[in-house]
Design a binder for this molecule. Structure first.
Ligand code: TMP
Length: 203
């Protein structure tokens, strides 16, 4: 039986997810709430190894192979890090989760959305996400903020058209109520404040 809380932070490249996950975790800990930050793909030894393989420009997996690689990394991360932390009553703040799979492998790569949703459901069961946030900044602004794409990362070599589809996917999930939209175009402190307020409501 899960005792902790599982919070997800999603967004396009350069939206500030990693920075905001850290700010949120530090703020929760400062308020005496035991919180840990983690990320996907990765967050556990095998999952981090899979991350290296998935993002390496050395390989060119099909969309379906990519879906299963992300899913394998996810299940390993859940089994070895997330479930034990939730059992111990911690708040787990996860930088990206299954909504990225739907946005990237579904909306952007074109795999059937219902199929991706089903794979996601099997991959994460019996986990229930307590809150999933989408840090909203348009893809062009994200790359500008990052100072350009990391060309050593296979996914970041994709076109702007690809990232616009990813963005559309995330905004669609907001409309469907699967993600809660946070306007992330402002200063980092302002966004952090909005995130903290949304998270406090589910704790
Ligand atoms: P990161 O740059 O946020 O660390 O994420 C790595 C890349 O992997 C990023 O381009 C998004 C992509 N990704 C997917 O395509 N599917 C997924 O399921 C996840 C978690 C990430």
């Amino acid at each position: 039986m899960k005792k902790g809380k599982f919070i997800v932070i999603e967004g396009c490249e350069g939206a500030g997810k990693s920075k905001q996950s850290k700010i949120l975790t530090d703020a929760l800990n400062a308020h005496g709430i035991d919180a840990v930050a983690t990320r996907e793909p990765g967050g556990a030894p095998l999952a981090e190894e899979l991350r290296r393989i998935i993002l390496s420009p050395e390989y060119a997996p099909s969309a379906l192979a990519e879906l299963y690689l992300y899913s394998a990394a996810r299940r390993d991360h859940l089994d070895s890090v997330v479930f034990p932390a939730l059992d111990a009553g911690k708040v787990v703040v996860c930088d990206r989760f299954m909504y990225s799979t739907l946005a990237y492998q579904g909306y952007a790569r074109g795999l059937d959305l219902d199929f991706v949703r089903r794979v996601n459901a099997y991959t994460v069961a019996p986990l229930k996400v307590d809150l999933a946030l989408f840090l909203d900044i348009p893809p062009e602004d994200g790359f500008t903020r990052k100072g350009g794409a990391d060309k050593g990362d296979r996914l970041e070599r994709e076109s702007l058209a690809f990232f616009n589809k990813v963005y559309e996917g995330f905004t669609d999930m907001c409309t469907r109520g699967e993600l809660v939209r946070i306007d992330a175009r402002g200063e980092k402190e302002e966004t952090a404040e909005k995130i903290y307020r949304a998270v406090a409501e589910v704790l």
